[in-house]
Design a binder for this molecule. Structure first.
Ligand code: OOG
Ligand code: NI
Length: 294
């Protein structure tokens, strides 16, 4: 079931985000991987709207049902966001990062716009889903929960929260997947080296706070591409380009207590786990106009 749902998410994501196929092709050409399946997916991420019937509490039910465990909480007061990460049921599955817009912290005007859409959702839609029905869950994750927004509402929301605008249009489309770097061949297995490879191949990186986002313990390093602008059809067949999704890269270093372990014995549990609020804060901006206009 989980495999079915994850592969449906990845398929839609690849179709919408040209950098995905581009980066995979560049990695194959460079002999870093032989086939796309060789990529280790560190985590995937979703965005949600924090209203009673939706938000993290609704979306997480799907993944809790598939054996994921809710872990640490993160707060982003300036961006008006909250998030959790979820540990997978087995190490071959990606972690999940789910964030949520703190709707109550927005202006009355923005709250009114959001409510005009989310009020169409009368009950938590996940509670009506048969979570053992893979195709039904796949369809749910890729179908509209509210009417297609107007360009005017999108712009009004974006002026206050680019996250709000993104999620009112894009809903549960995968926000990113994350290529694990630490097990790639030498000279490509750090964020610093992989960023060089990506930029030489013509990919544009998020440079908010610097291209390398590094946790204070120096054990989790991340970078990301900036989301491409893609044509989106708003209400009344009004087409405008908006930020789509992006690709992230993560390097999880070995924890100090395992520093002397032979490299071939190092597995996921010997490396830095979880996420880092300071890194995430900057990565969110991969869909913000300050980055996408680069
Ligand atoms: C998520 C940004 C945070 C991470 O790995 O810390 C993140 C988003 O853009 O929705 O992905
Ligand atoms: Ni991420």
């Amino acid at each position: 079931m989980l495999d079915y749902v994850l592969s449906g998410l990845m398929q839609r994501y690849q179709e919408r985000v040209p950098d995905v196929a581009g980066i995979i092709a560049a990695m194959i050409t460079e002999n870093l991987i032989q086939v796309p399946e060789d990529i280790e997916n560190d985590h995937i991420a979703f965005r949600t709207i924090g209203v009673p019937e939706l938000g993290i509490q609704s979306l997480e039910k799907i993944f809790l049902h598939y054996g994921y465990t809710r872990r640490d909480a993160y707060q982003f007061p300036a961006k008006k966001l909250d998030a959790y990460w979820y540990a997978p049921p087995a190490p071959n599955y990606p972690r999940i990062f789910i964030s949520e817009l703190r709707v109550k912290d927005l202006s009355a005007e923005a709250q009114k716009i959001i409510a005009s859409y989310t009020k169409e959702v009368l009950v938590d839609p996940v509670s009506n889903l048969d979570l053992n029905d893979g195709p039904a869950v796949d369809t749910f994750l890729h179908s509209a929960l509210w009417r297609t927004p107007t360009w005017e509402d999108y712009e009004a929301l974006a002026a206050e929260s680019e996250y709000a605008a993104w999620v009112i249009y894009n809903r549960y489309y995968l926000n990113h997947f994350t290529i694990s770097l630490q097990n790639l061949p030498a000279s490509y297995n750090t964020v610093a080296d992989f960023n060089t490879f990506l930029e030489n191949a013509g990919f544009i990186l998020n440079d908010s706070g610097g291209k390398i986002k590094e946790s204070p313990d120096h054990l989790l390093l991340q970078s990301s591409t900036v989301a491409k602008m893609i044509p989106a059809t708003f209400a009344g067949n009004d087409v405008h380009k908006i930020a789509g999704s992006y690709v992230e890269f993560a390097e999880r270093r070995v924890l100090p207590q395992f520093a002397d372990m032979p490299a071939d014995q190092i597995t996921r549990e010997h490396r830095r786990e979880g996420f880092e609020a300071g890194n995430a804060d900057r990565i969110f901006e991969s869909t913000y106009s300050s980055q996408t206009s680069k």
